[in-house]
Write a protein that binds this ligand. Sequence first.
Ligand code: HEM
Length: 399
Amino acid sequence: MATVADTSPSSHPAPRGTCPFAPPPVYQQARHEEPISRIALYDGTPAWLITRHEDVRAVLADNRFSSDPENPGFPFLTEAAREFVTVRPTFIRLDDPEHGRLRRMLTGDFTVRRTATMRPEIQRITDELIDKMIDGRQQADLVSEFALPLPSLVICLLLGVPYEDHDFFQECSRVLLHRGSTTEAVVDANARLTEYIDALAESKRDNPDDGILSRLVARGELDIEDIGAMGRLLLIAGHETTANMTSLSVLALLRNPEQLAHLRAHPEAVPAAVEELLRYLSIVQTGLVRTAVADAEIGGTEIRAGEGVVLQINTANWDDDRYPGADTLDLTRDTRQHLAFGFGVHQCLGQPLARMELEIALETLLRRLPDLKLAMPFEDVPFRDDMLIYGVHELQVAW
Ligand code: HEM
């Protein structure tokens, strides 16, 4: 039975309600009643919880809010994240101008135009994975056989990381993103991943390929530690997010048969459907964190320098004032300004790639598996409430 402590909007993260796609009901309620409210983080540290679309967007666009965890009052979501401050940061945890200087070294690799050149290769990988998954079988786990290998193969190609090492880096990533990992486990996984990527980057000096790591080494502007930190960020962000969006999207479509039928009848609507699925599922469910470095008024609340904020992009994307009937998956709705990729200077660098992977994955699955269905009771689907990126650990499907 829920207790007062764990249903109060003051705890973070709050428990989920009956719908596994929905943001925690207490946060939804907070958005109506007290959209900027006080919460206690895992160790009791206070922070502001921000739940409305308008307010989340305003903070993300405001340089009085910093992403740098070295600033006083930074809201850490786990003990391990706090310990992590000592680890060499890369641009996701830096502010401008340093953030921009490092990010600009990669923007050319993730433009819509550059990403489009990868389309045939991603289509080929997608088809091969489906061929293998359905070969002589009627059922499989979509996560391990399709949703996870697809973006992992793609980010390996882009970076110049050997895919044969996927068991190793996926395991490190699992430890780093598990909310229950001990600090020791996180420090150890990060050290192993750092050692691996640094050595790989170093090896590109003598044996360059056309991947991002080789290009960063050839540029000669960064030391190996900086290149390694960027490599770690891209490797993890590049596969965990898209993998979870893919399997959770398939599940959401299977649970909304009329929306699935619409998509099957209108395959040209897949790009719009991807945007609505991004909004509806908002997989970065634990929220984005910032700390105020100057006093700022947001939505009528005074936030003081040194106070931390947790931005719930899931409740923001379910804000009825912005998206009427937001709790319904409606593949034809206007999804403009959804915040699934964040907003402002840190807005997701890989979004053109993520969009294309999701479009190809969904279009190809629906076309090639017209009878795709869930092959496990919905109640038994293991949702990733234990992870920093939401999704499912396993999804048995049949065709
Ligand atoms: C559906 C898939 C994805 C989702 C939902 C997603 C979500 C996000 C979000 C919410 C942020 C903002 C973080 C913040 O403001 O603190 C972000 C940043 C970032 N993402 Fe993604 N992401 C996805 C896929 C990818 C992919 C495929 C890549 C790389 C190949 C990637 C690389 C990055 C990087 C490098 C940043 C940091 C940007 C910066 O700080 O300037 N992401 N992502």
